[in-house]
Design a protein around this ligand. Sequence first.
Ligand SMILES: Nc1ncnc2c1ncn2[C@@H]1O[C@H](COP(=O)(O)OP(=O)(O)OP(=O)(O)O)[C@@H](O)[C@H]1O
Ligand SMILES: [Mg+2]
Length: 580
Amino acid sequence: MEYFEVANKLARVISVLPNKIKIEVNDIERFKLESERFSVGTYLRVSDSEDCALICIIENFSIQKTERGINEYILEAMPIGFLDSDGTFTRGGNNIAIPPTDVEPAKMSEIQAIYEAVETEKRFCFSSLSQDSNIKVPVNGNKFFNKHIAVVGSTGSGKSHTVAKILQSAISAREEDNDFQGLNNSHIVLFDIHSEYLTAFPQANYIDINNLVLPYWLMNSEELQELFIDTEANDHNQRNVFKEAVVLNKIKHNPTVNPKHITYDAPYKFSVNEVLIYIQNKNNNRKNKSNKIVWKGIDDTEELVINQDNINLMFEHILEPASSASSNGPNYGDFLNFISRMENKLNDERLAFLLRNKAEAIGFREAITQFLGYDVKNGSETNNHNMTIIDLSGVPFEVLSITVSLISRLLFEYGYYFKKSFSNDTDKTPLLLVYEEAHKYVPKVQSARYNSCRVSIERIAKEGRKYGVSAMIVSQRPSEISETIFSQCNNFIAMRLTNPDDQNYVKRLLPDNLGPLTDSLATLKEGEAILIGDSIIMPSLVTIDKCEQTPSSNDINYLQEWKKPWSQVDFEALESSWIN
Ligand SMILES: Nc1ncnc2c1ncn2[C@@H]1O[C@H](COP(=O)(O)OP(=O)(O)OP(=O)(O)O)[C@@H](O)[C@H]1O
Ligand SMILES: [Mg+2]
């Protein structure tokens, strides 16, 4: 047996393939002594005659009996990169000089050295190695935040805690040697579907349905149509009359602006109630014998014919056809359903944040800055915030997607105009937009209903990086999210995933071929994650640090709760919070 020739070695490499190293171990007990926890996932160090160290991860382990009845241990390991004699680590694993001379478990100090290859000022840390909690796993914070992040995992896998930990670490980060008081310059906007993040960020700028003001007049044409027009019906007449009314009404309300600059998409104020009156009039128009649309005059004066000069009357009065009118005008009676749909929306108390007085009165700057954590209204510096939580739990489901779309688009445009308006040496204010439960408003299904939201978030995914706007996509159902959005993510935090479709989807998208690391997706513990992407030195199985102030999403201790004596519920209080 060759063992005797290498008797002083506990193990030897028996084959080297581009992505697999096979190792035979003769005395497993002595071999593993070096390493406190020896298991699949343990790091090995394979060296060659030039003393170059190849770091590999154990993928599987098997025992074979030799002819002489001796146990032979076979380890298969995946190479991940090289450690130079000066301690620098490079990814990739193809050029170990053959034959390798030695193999042993990597020392913890070596593994820590690998992770610490990230330059100090760029280090951002929120987890440690699952193998050994003493080894911190920093990522390159610039790359991490710059190139979109995906956090995926089944319910209860620990996504919300992970998001909270990352954001808390970002908010508390300070320049080296600069332990200043007050806020740092981080800017985060989080879309909170289940109203669970306020407990993790009690200082945040908290916006919910009661104080959210999202003016409809900031919507672009797509969002307006999604809100008011039955998009499935695809009715051109409706679209045309609506567009005409919106543009004319914007001209009416912005007399100092050159009408050429006023388009359907431009964020100029208009009155949606006046637009409704215009459409009601259009629905009611009648012609006289000479084919002219004629109305009764205001105050019953002479007959009225609408032209460019008095078009505003169409917005100000519900007109009646003149008595000389003898036949129906164009589109007479066409808009009954449309009008009733618009009326329903305008009367819907739940949509007050979009359509009522406050939304009409708010100014452009105030509307935008409420999401950015700047207190522009009162100009008070003490009222600035790193974090804005937009609690969507009270937003009616049918406008959820539009709400997210509009806010995302405004924030993207903020980034765009920031870059356009200020010179390169102005202090920057890069933004991170966090989408919790993203599958709810940007699903893969091609439905007109989610169109504008998909367009807004896809735009951030595709172009946001250039303008300092990045996205963090959080979801339990990655396979149901728009692929364009997901595939632009360069950093993945993959937590336990039990659904095979989701597992396969994630495996397919992950940038590295990680074999067993991704196979373990189904068996990860709460708070455990596979961290992959260009911000991390090498793909790693980590445990996310626990956050001190947690989101209110903890598991309920069912059995303990059930074992207590019967507890009464204050149904009156419940009813009033339910109904009001
Ligand atoms: N790093 C961690 N270490 C230990 N336990 C954790 C960790 N992160 C989360 N947990 C626990 O896991 C449970 C679920 O966490 P969390 O609410 O973050 O899951 P989730 O993935 O957001 O679930 P959902 O998809 O339903 O929102 C909580 O009880 C929490 O205490
Ligand atoms: Mg959650």
